[in-house]
Design a protein around this ligand. Structure first.
Ligand code: MOS
Length: 734
């Protein structure tokens, strides 16, 4: 099905199942421990052995020699794979060949060997006996020293640099100016489930049970890396314990399980031990962001400029921190630039809302600072500078943009009018109390997605697609879509995901999964409805599907009859025309936060949080709310805690476990309110939905930072905002 004209009324609009707060259909399996995660496929392949990865002890240089003698002689050892004996590995879409390092080393904890043994304990013990002789070389680890770095080819969704009018002249002429630099640190996905895979070879065919967001991408990458045809690789990943972008691409567990299984002649399981997760896999790169804003005295932005620097390994990619600045606020003269330094740290890559999440951390403090300079309320300043068209390409309007309504609704609900604009004025016992606001913005991406739907003679509708559920609720919204389309209750729908034998879906990433994967199911269901109508002798344009029946006029036939004694199946793919080119598709929101800052210790506690989101149709308000409160929690982590601390001499992230890499726990997070504006976006798909999972994080950290400023009068521009950055600057209080 080609989606190239705005959606009109369709069966989804009935909202009998779609739009309802249906419980997760996979919930019982997850809460009873019977959902099979990657490391738990005990019986799927016979007699698996265990692999344990040895990570490089240097960040850059070479391996002179590896002595495997002692490890090979250790009890239970079946095989040891290193770059010397692995055979040639080809470059995948990213540098997947470098998932096994040596003799050249690109980063700390890059895998240099996998030891395969009968038991996990034997593999771990033998791994300690691998002796690696390194020649260490000097690497570059400090982004701040590399700001004269190069212009990358592009950022996600656009060119590296953009320019409209004459920013420099407009900024210089502006009566009110802000020129400030903000920094965000390297961050880890820190998902609960580590990267894990079990590999089994059957002749030249490889099966990988793994934990992965994008099945088809990974089939292609693994096949390419191993130089085998795609058809010979099967990926199975039905349950995923968190991804956040860290599981978009194959990682060492998958490749080394495959190589280990080939070498041992046995199925092999590999999970990354937690201390390897932080330096072996990918992370969100640190940024340095300079923002300049010029405005008239009445608060109209006349000039806006955003420059961002980040780093990655050679051939890597930049963080797209300037993305939202191209689209969020009006202003005639504008520029954005992105520069990319070469760093010898572990690979930088996508993490929840890559680009906007980091960019909004800076931009939305800058707007708060500007509001103060202008003496205008920060909610009003944002409203004053709203735009209904792409400010860089004014001929393009937004498909839907209700930022103003998000801000107004949130201000009303949060009690914003009671706020003291002057900082440091509100006390509650030992706490200085303040509130902050930020806009939320994240683009909506359209990408094709296929599904197969089968109807059997008992009236069960089974959906198959290689879509993944990384904790987001994909199973449930896909079941809701099929139930709505076929007119059956949700317990008559079976959803099977995460298998490369199924039609290729959009996968989970970039908050594109929900809208696109359900649109693919919609397309397949339209085909199945036509097949059913034909089979039962209905005119398909007139047939209504409801209550397990197909009806037209006064004739009503049970849906199941269409399957006869066997089944009726249909497969289709949703593909998109140029609606996304003609209209800018984005999601919007507003975050409101109240914090307390301890007058004596500068301890920061978040006291209240509210998000208002406008993201098209909300397919399931319960799973959507879970996405948003999870994202808000992650935003608090980014504001107050999360930072991969770099050892700048040796080039690694020091705090590489969940004791040292702090993320919020329950006690850190207050009650969270989420409001969804009631809207549909007819440009996004027949579902009229957009992404929500990443919108929820964008702006949160800045809202926290702005609340801290309002509470304490201390402006911190370097994340995370830890108490040491406030302590010496707190006002004297009686
Ligand atoms: Mo997302 S960071 O594209 O999983």
């Amino acid at each position: 099905m080609k989606f190239d004209t705005p959606a009109t009324t369709n069966p989804i609009d009935q909202l009998r199942v779609i739009g309802q707060p249906v419980n997760r259909i996979d919930g019982p399996r997850k809460t009873t421990g019977t959902a099979t995660y990657a490391y738990e496929w005990h019986d799927a392949a016979p007699n698996p052995a265990y692999g344990y990865i040895v990570g490089s002890a240097i960040a850059k240089g070479r391996i002179n020699a590896i002595d495997l003698a002692a490890a090979k002689a250790a009890p239970g050892v079946l095989a040891i794979v290193t770059a010397e004996n692995a055979g040639k590995l080809e470059k995948g879409s990213l540098n997947t060949a470098k998932l096994l390092g040596g003799p050249d080393i690109q980063h700390y904890h890059q895998a240099v060997a996998v030891v395969v043994a009968e038991t996990f304990e034997q593999a771990r013990a033998a791994a300690q006996l691998v002796r690696v002789d390194y020649a260490s070389a000097q690497g570059a680890f400090d982004l701040a020293k590399l700001t004269d770095s190069a212009k990358p080819e592009k950022i996600t969704g656009g060119p590296a640099d953009t320019k409209v009018g004459d920013f420099a002249a407009a900024f210089a002429a502006a009566p009110v100016q802000l020129d400030a630099t903000y920094t965000t640190p390297d961050e880890a996905h820190a998902m609960m489930e580590p990267h894990a895979s079990m590999a089994a070879w059957d002749g030249d065919k490889l099966t990988l049970w793994t934990s992965n967001q994008m099945i088809a991408w990974n089939v292609a990458d693994i096949a390419k890396t191993l130089a085998i045809p795609k058809e010979k690789v099967r990926l199975i990943s039905p349950y995923i314990g968190g991804g956040f972008g860290g599981k978009l691409f194959p990682r060492a567990d998958a490749l080394l399980a495959a190589l280990g299984a080939r070498a041992a002649g046995r199925p092999v399981k590999v999970a990354l031990q937690r201390p390897l997760m932080f330096n072996n896999t990918t992370h969100r790169p640190a940024t340095i962001q300079r923002i300049r804003i010029g405005a008239s005295k009445d608060g109209k932005i006349t000039a806006i400029g955003h420059e961002s620097w980040s780093g990655d390994l050679p051939g890597g990619q930049p963080d797209g921190a300037v993305s939202q600045t191209r689209l969020l606020y009006a202003g005639a003269d504008r520029m954005t630039t992105t520069r990319l330094a070469v760093l010898d740290l572990p690979e930088a890559n996508a993490m929840r809302a890559p680009g906007e999440a980091t960019g909004m951390m800076a931009l939305e403090i800058a707007i708060d600072e500007m509001a103060e300079k202008l003496g205008i309320d920060p909610v009003e300043l944002r409203i004053l500078n709203d735009t209904q068209v792409d400010p860089e390409k004014p001929e393009r309007s937004f498909s839907q943009r209700r930022l103003i309504e998000c801000l107004r609704t949130g201000a009303e609900r949060f009690g914003w009018s009671k706020r003291s604009a002057a900082p440091g004025r509100v006390r509650d016992g030992r706490w200085l109390v303040g509130t902050g606001v930020a806009a939320a913005f994240r683009n909506n991406m359209l990408t094709k997605s296929a599904a197969r739907v089968r109807l059997d003679s008992s009236g069960i509708v089974t959906v198959e697609t290689d879509m993944t559920d990384i904790g987001t609720g994909s199973y449930t919204i896909i079941a809701q879509t099929a139930a709505e389309m076929m007119g059956v209750p949700i317990d008559k729908v079976v959803v099977r995901l995460g298998d490369s034998n199924f039609p290729v879906s959009a996968g989970s990433g970039g908050q594109w999964g929900g809208n696109n994967s359900t649109a693919g199911v919609y397309a397949a269901c339209i085909k199945l409805r036509e097949a059913v109508a034909q089979k039962l002798g209905f005119n398909s344009a007139e047939a209504a599907f409801a209550d397990g029946q197909v009806k037209s006029g006064n004739r009503s036939v049970p849906l199941a009859e269409a399957a006869g004694d066997g089944e009726l199946a249909a497969e289709d793919v949703i593909e998109y025309g140029d609606l996304a080119k003609k209209y800018q598709q984005s999601t919007f929101g507003a975050h409101f936060v109240e914090v307390g800052v301890d007058t004596a210790t500068a301890e920061i506690r978040v006291r209240r949080m509210l998000a208002v989101c406008a993201a098209g149709r909300i397919l399931n308000p319960k799973t959507a709310r879970s996405q948003v409160i999870g994202a808000m929690t992650m935003g608090v982590g980014a504001a107050l805690m999360e930072e991969l601390v770099i050892d700048k001499r040796h080039g690694f992230f020091v705090n590489h476990d969940l004791a040292g890499y702090e993320v919020p726990v329950h006690a850190d997070i207050p009650h969270q309110d989420v409001i969804f504006l009631d809207e549909t976006d007819p440009m996004s798909s027949p579902m009229k939905a957009k992404g929500i999972a990443e919108l929820g994080i964008c702006g949160v950290a800045a809202a926290v930072a702005n609340a801290i400023y309002n509470a304490s009068g201390v402006r911190v521009r370097d994340y995370p905002i830890t108490l040491d950055k406030l302590l010496d600057r707190l006002p004297e209080v009686g």
